[in-house]
Design a protein around this ligand. Sequence first.
Ligand code: H79
Length: 473
Amino acid sequence: MLTRLPKSTFMPLLFAAGLWVATPQPSAAADKAMALADPPPQPAMLSHEEKMKWFREAKFGLFIHWGLYALPAGEWKGQPVPGIGEWIMNRAQIPVKEYEQLAKKFKPVKFNAEQWVQMAEDAGMKYIVITSKHHDGFAMYHSQVSKYNIHDATPFHRDPIAELAQACAKHHIRFGFYYSQAQDWHEPNGAGNTWDFGADDQKDFDQYLRTKAEPQVKELLSFYGPVCLIWFDTPRMMTKERGQRFVDIVQSLQPACLIDGRLGTAGDYTSTGDNAIPEVNKEGDWETPATINHTWGFKKDDQDWKSPGEITFKLVDIISKGGNYLLNVGPTSQGIIPQASQDNLRAVGRWLKVNGDAVYGAGRSPFTDEYGEYSSHLKDRTNNPIFLARTDWRCTTKPGKLYFTIFKTPRGGFDLPAFKSFIRKVYFLSDPKQTELHIEAVNGIRVVQLPRNLPDAMANVIVVEIEGEQVEL
Ligand code: H79
């Protein structure tokens, strides 16, 4: 059985060596007092650049939305409820007393942390972010702060977050938490539940923050080993001061832990809107959170899965614009990640096994034309020109290398965009022999000659090795 690691001086060493395994909650009887004020081991203060290093390398993460909402799975009292599955309590205005009853039926006996983490690894994902508590207020870990948690309120009586933390440590996958800091529909003073508790501006929001959200974030940072990031969301009523209290908690307990862009005060990187991929290159560190179908939490009627080709395009598109892709799955109430999402992610993983050099640690495109252009005459509802995206190819970079991932095979050859740098060598990334592809100059354009049949039906990466670390435009 898992036991809490002793507090001792060797823990910082374990932490530094990446050997600090999950330390799940002690039984309530064992340690009632649970000194949350005791900080876990603290690695030396890290600079922002050092903190961001793994994130810039990782590029592709698995988001998991799992909670009580997987039981109704998009249907309430026989009626389909429109919208995203994890919002069912809000959309159907389900009273707390009724929604709470779901916990008694939540027994995901097919949950297997090892299998989930193995799937992320197979998919080529380098970090996992799971809902430790979504807007419904239900903790998916054994919290001492609120009995409304998976260990105490369900017949499951296990802590899946502790099990996942252990499996992630074993597979060298980084582990982080989604935590809904502002909305908590279970609490009279949390934001969002107006159907049970009235208008938000009449609530004692700080009372909720002080007695639930802040102590729960402390728990998550104290008992589950190294946390790579915390993913806060929907910062309603989050003033800068309130946000800063969470920043202070993270910095005091796990200074290496990143904070996303939705806390309410600046985090370590920015988060785009849900499913929003910028049209062009975007400055700074950023991440797009995205669904693999149209919901985050499991909905039985949503079977419209993004294909491996679509996922691969989005991944390379995002990286070429400087971001990370945090792609979501919504496991069932049995604890199963829907098979179609598993299959499609594994197909992406097989492509990454061959083409990962163009992805992990790769930087932005130095070009711009490949993204498309704003229409000269088509306008959207707010009278702004519509962006007409092109999806033929994307470029990612490493020192001395340009990776052109080609999604639409051109007739004849591939026209390189204009750049001045001398080309040393051009070959397919999938070719271990690095057989040179020939370049012909046609009207001043360098055209890479391609074979009739390209090696990969989904996408092919051409590596262009150039003189100098950075391309000269
Ligand atoms: O966790 C996922 C979403 O539940 C969460 N962010 C991602 C990562 C999120 N919270 N709020 N939103 C997304 C915006 C929600 C908009 C809507 Fe609705 C929810 C549209 C339909 C349901 C709120 C309720 C607006 C209309 C009805």
